[in-house]
Design a binder for this molecule. Structure first.
Ligand code: NDP
Length: 236
């Protein structure tokens, strides 16, 4: 397997941390961004970046390029929720989620594309969500952003696919992390009752899918949405 320079946004905890740790275990050169500049897994370089700030994203990429070389694999994972029913959702809560989960991905994608174009190689993986295509009450902001990532990956594929760059989307279902730990027990039970696999997913199951999409074996997979959801979103 070819060793790559990998950058994972939001790699200080949850799914991003597990993805970064898995890439380290496979022998890749791994960098993670975190808002504090700390907290990535052992063996990874942690750099500070807030994906809502282009200058901070640019500085993080420059630091990674100096230490590890140009980013060949981008895992755009950083994300937030600000759930509320439509009538109670403020425009600010809508905008903040779009700015982090959609425009934030555009910022890191644009910055990483420079090196990928030069190398005529790149693997881009967006961490979307089952709710991007399935929908979810109380998550109009979040599901809009996550659905937007599908369009972004597919447009990128049409724009840069001929330059050795692939872009794919992982759509996780309900994964046990801090993001889902804060949900009310009733909501968690409701989700569980709808999951054909009858269990929540683990961060490792997302990490292994991300590593596979970045591997040599997945070179002809482009513009795909890969569900890792125990069947929750089947048909979407
Ligand atoms: P966590 O809340 O555990 O972690 C979120 C990560 O994103 C943290 O590292 C956080 O950094 C980072 N982050 C948030 N805002 C910013 C920002 N402005 N700039 C840089 N980094 C930021 O979430 P999960 O691990 O559960 O989720 C990871 C991704 O997976 C998200 O995109 C989420 O939407 C998606 N997902 C999660 C599912 C789940 O069930 N858990 C299901 C489907 C998708 P910090 O520590 O600084 O806050």
């Amino acid at each position: 397997m070819t060793q790559r320079t990998v950058l994972v946004t939001g790699g200080n905890r949850g799914i991003g941390f597990a993805i970064a740790a898995h890439f380290v275990s496979l022998g890749h050169r791994v960098a993670v961004t975190s808002r504090s500049g700390e907290g990535g897994p052992e063996g990874a370089l942690t750099v500070q970046a807030d994906v809502t700030d282009s200058a901070s994203v640019d500085a993080a990429f420059t630091a990674v390029e100096q230490e590890l070389g140009a980013v060949e694999v981008l895992i755009a994972n950083a994300g937030i929720t600000k759930d509320n029913l439509l009538l109670r959702m403020s425009e600010d809560d809508f905008q903040q989620v779009i700015d982090t989960n959609l425009t934030g991905v555009f910022r890191v994608l644009k910055r990483s594309s420079k090196g990928m174009l030069k190398a005529r190689f790149g693997r881009v993986v967006f961490i979307s969500s089952v709710v991007g295509l399935f929908g979810s009450p109380g998550q109009i902001n979040y599901s809009s952003a996550k659905a937007g990532l599908v369009g972004m990956a597919r447009s990128l594929t049409r724009e840069l696919g001929s330059r050795g760059i692939t872009a794919n989307v992982i759509a996780p279902g309900f994964i046990e992390t801090e993001m889902t730990a804060v949900l009310p027990e009733d909501t968690k039970k409701e989700y569980l009752s709808q999951i054909p696999a009858a269990r929540y997913g683990s961060v490792d199951e997302i990490a292994k899918t991300a590593a596979w999409l970045a591997s040599d074996d997945a070179g002809y997979i482009a513009g795909a949405v890969i569900p890792v959801d125990g069947g929750l979103g089947m048909g979407h």
